[in-house]
Design a binder for this molecule. Structure first.
Ligand code: NAD
Length: 345
């Protein structure tokens, strides 16, 4: 069962289960592919209902990173670490500083096969602990949220073109999750005069977005608001049979990884005539910044190349959307097939 999931372009090359009871660390590290170069991927820390759920998340997210790097044309593969957060009432709680140091030692032992970075539940404070034991970490001065927001913004330009052609019709977007990515994107869209509706479960985050001119709506309502584009920037798996039936947007284009709950949901969106920009294309901004800065350095010329490569997401997504329209296929299926061809080449 575990070995059947491996193979070129699919599954994984390396799967580590890391357990350090002394510090409370329980983690699963999945390297999906290094065929195109060292594997990049963040460290996600969250509570999981079961070990099987954590394993599935690690494998799916690692594979998505391989696809993301291939589609962005990066000389890099994909990986992901998930750190299993215990329930809040569990005693004792992990010593997170020591746990991230121990995790860093595991990543260091892979000698550069895997370069780790931030993800949900792991920010700069945690990565500082990882850096004490490991050199294979995204640079501290990268801004993953801003880079990802710039990539989604580039993706939206391709989506507008498909929806409206050259016209500059009034546009409304609804953003679910106004954190690092959603907040930065909201600010950029407001500067362009786009009407932005937004929801977040955190009141302080909502207040900050409202100050930018975002019209705050209830989290429970954001998926069903009439708008041009729905932008999921909170959790994954938000698009399932029930939520898709309630959508009142023309397109979905956001950063949340693995937005579709099941592969059939791509067909459901397609059947409803809702354009779905694949998240593996749209959310590549942070890994583009990570790969280029780790491999080429961080001077001004590299930073300029990072900006260009992120802006190129518009063209990459445009090509995927055009092919999907020609073939009558959901864009996610086209992106997946393209990524697999690149990984198997
Ligand atoms: P973040 O934690 O900074 O922001 C997420 C926000 O969503 C938070 O403010 C949270 O309160 C809010 N939220 C959670 N559940 C919600 C709900 N049900 N309704 C409304 N709001 C809700 O995370 P981020 O870095 O902005 O990432 C957003 C998404 O993009 C995540 O799915 C992440 O995996 C994905 N992503 C992020 C990056 C990156 O570089 N940050 C890169 C690729 C993909």
């Amino acid at each position: 069962m575990l070995f059947a999931r491996s193979g070129p372009g699919r599954g994984y090359e390396r799967l580590l289960v890391v357990q350090r009871p002394a510090v409370g660390l329980r983690a699963i590290l999945a390297v999906s592919s290094t065929r195109r170069g060292p594997a990049f991927g963040g460290i996600r820390r969250r509570w999981y209902a079961s070990e099987a759920e954590a394993l599935d998340d690690a494998l799916a997210l690692a594979e998505a990173m391989s696809h993301k790097c291939a589609l962005a044309g990066l000389p890099a593969g994909g990986a992901k670490t998930v750190v299993l957060r215990p329930a809040p009432e569990a005693e004792p709680q992990p010593d997170w500083n020591a746990a991230y140091e121990a995790l860093g030692a595991e990543v260091a032992a892979l000698h550069g096969m895997y370069v780790c970075g931030p993800d949900l539940g792991t920010g700069e404070a945690e990565l500082a602990a990882v850096r004490r034991t490991c050199a294979f970490v995204n640079p501290a001065d990268n801004d993953a949220g801003a880079s990802t927001a710039a990539g989604v913004h580039a993706g939206l330009r391709a989506v507008w073109r498909v929806l409206d052609g050259p016209s500059r019709a009034a546009r409304t977007v609804a953003i679910q999750g106004l954190g690092a990515v959603g907040g930065a994107l909201a600010a950029a869209l407001r500067r362009e005069g786009v009407e932005v509706l937004g929801a977040d479960v955190d009141p302080a985050t909502c207040r900050a977005a409202a100050a930018l001119g975002v019209r705050i709506v209830e989290p429970a309502a954001v998926l069903t608001l009439p708008c041009d584009v729905l932008v999921p920037c909170a959790a994954g798996h938000v698009l399932d049979a029930a939520t898709i039936a309630g959508l009142r947007c023309r397109a979905v284009c956001g950063s949340a990884n693995n937005q579709l709950a099941t592969p059939q949901d791509a067909r459901r969106l397609h059947a409803r005539g809702i354009l779905h920009a694949p998240d593996v294309v749209v959310s590549a901004g942070a890994v583009i910044e990570g790969v280029l800065t780790v491999q080429q350095g961080r001077d001004a010329s590299v930073r300029a190349r990072v900006r260009e490569a992120i802006a190129a997401i518009e063209g990459t997504l445009g090509a995927v959307l055009d092919e999907a329209a020609r073939m009558g296929q959901p864009p996610t299926a086209v992106a997946r097939a393209r990524a697999q061809r690149l990984l198997e080449a």
